[in-house]
Ligand binder design. Structure first.
Ligand SMILES: Cc1cc2nc3c(=O)[nH]c(=O)nc-3n(C[C@H](O)[C@H](O)[C@H](O)COP(=O)(O)OP(=O)(O)OC[C@H]3O[C@@H](n4cnc5c(N)ncnc54)[C@H](O)[C@@H]3O)c2cc1C
Length: 357
């Protein structure tokens, strides 16, 4: 008997497993790594100032302190390094944008995220920035692949990991909880990302796929900062290699890399980067998003032992530390799930898809 069965070891399942360990809960994790096309592709960037309007991201004041606390703690527990806070440099495209940011830099709401404003090209000459640019702090990246790898090693070493596809048809639901292949648990938590649909209830989980393509490039010299305008360039393990991304496509969702994706990234890269580079490889993945771009937490309506932790969308790295803790607090009966992320907000959608109120 364990407290929880966790399905999926992407960012959601990995973080939740560490939270369970922190709280002394017993659990097992089922994961089929071959089907992971989200966490394994992610560049792992986090940045509290985002979007076309470059405003503070939703709940930044709560999410970002927790993000730093959690990943430093995870590094300590796992004895490995995968969390890299680092400034991001965003060149301005015009004098008016420069003026706008000179004003915004004294705005108390944004002040703590701004390290420096350049009104002419930043020394280093690595990117096109004739109007200067903005250095943002409280940013950086998680080496997601390394994080997943070390969490998996921990799970294997504690005999709590099954490297296999979880077959929903074999799940039994009973009055005590659930049973799967002889393992009894009080609850099962689906952290299955884009494979979110469960035939068990006939209910349509409102997860939408948002495709992203990325490039790996090798540049002739190391880049001084993370550059981000149109595309980002995030350091990789190998010297002078960077992950460049990403595209956003919600309509044409072929499971493959495309020439259009490569051309779009190359064009944006050429507009940004002055240092010569060559393309090493291209990759693709799907982000698990929701219609209102907020995470999805709670029990599948009508099934109190079937829990969903999903909908991390484009910002999994910054959302998952806080919301994994939130989910654990809810599971232990301490709190209600915040309405903005509660799966109940899609009640009408569930009813529509099944005819059940
Ligand atoms: C191109 C791209 C770039 C991105 N860049 C960033 C970024 O820079 N910063 C950021 O914060 N976010 C980024 N993201 C988003 C981020 O990757 C997602 O928010 C996050 O990875 C979602 O994690 P997850 O654990 O919910 O899902 P997933 O990573 O998809 O994990 C789900 C896991 O469940 C497993 N699984 C599913 N069903 C089963 C089953 N039945 N049996 C066994 N295993 C199962 C899958 O194999 C997988 O391992 C990016 C995404 C993409 C595609």
């Amino acid at each position: 008997m364990v407290d929880y069965i966790v399905v999926g070891q992407g960012l959601a399942g990995s973080t939740l497993a560490l939270r369970m360990k922190e709280r002394g809960k017993s659990f097992v994790v089922f994961d089929d790594p071959a089907s992971n096309r989200s966490s394994a592709i992610a560049a792992g960037l986090f940045n509290p100032v985002t979007g076309k309007l470059m405003t503070k991201t939703w709940m930044a004041e709560t999410l970002f302190p927790e993000l730093h606390r959690f990943y430093y703690w995870a590094e300590k527990v796992l004895g490995q390094r995968f969390f890299y806070p680092q400034p991001i440099y965003r060149p301005f495209l015009s004098v008016s944008e420069q003026n706008e940011w000179m004003g915004k830099s004294v705005d108390p709401g944004l002040h703590d995220c701004i390290q420096q404003v350049f009104t002419k090209s930043r020394p280093g000459n690595q990117v096109h920035d004739p109007f200067g640019g903005l250095v943002l702090k409280e940013c950086g990246y998680l080496d997601v692949l390394s994080f997943l790898h070390h969490v998996k090693n921990y799970l294997v070493s504690t005999h709590s990991y099954f490297s296999e596809w979880f077959d929903e048809a074999q799940l039994e639901i009973n009055t005590q909880g659930v049973r799967y292949k002889g393992i009894d648990a009080t609850k099962i938590i689906f952290c299955n990302g884009t494979a979110s649909q469960l035939s068990i209830s006939g209910k349509n989980i409102p997860i939408r796929l948002l495709k992203g393509e990325t490039l790996v490039i090798e540049v002739e010299e190391s880049l001084e900062l993370i550059y981000n305008r149109g595309v980002y360039m995030v350091p990789m393990h190998e010297k002078n290699r960077y992950k460049v991304g990403a595209t956003y496509k919600s309509k044409v969702l072929s499971s493959e890399i495309t020439l259009a994706g490569r051309q779009e990234l190359e064009q944006k890269l050429n507009e940004l980067l002055r240092v010569p580079y060559r393309i090493i490889s291209q990759d693709w993945g799907f982000r698990p998003t929701t219609p209102d771009r907020r995470p999805l937490l709670g029990c599948l309506p009508g099934y109190e032992n079937l829990i969903i932790f999903n909908g991390l969308g484009t910002k999994g790295v910054s959302l998952v530390p806080y919301f994994s803790e939130h989910l654990m607090d809810w599971l232990s009966g301490k709190i209600e799930i915040r309405p903005e992320v509660n799966i109940n907000r899609f009640k009408s959608l569930f009813s529509k898809s099944t005819g059940v109120a």
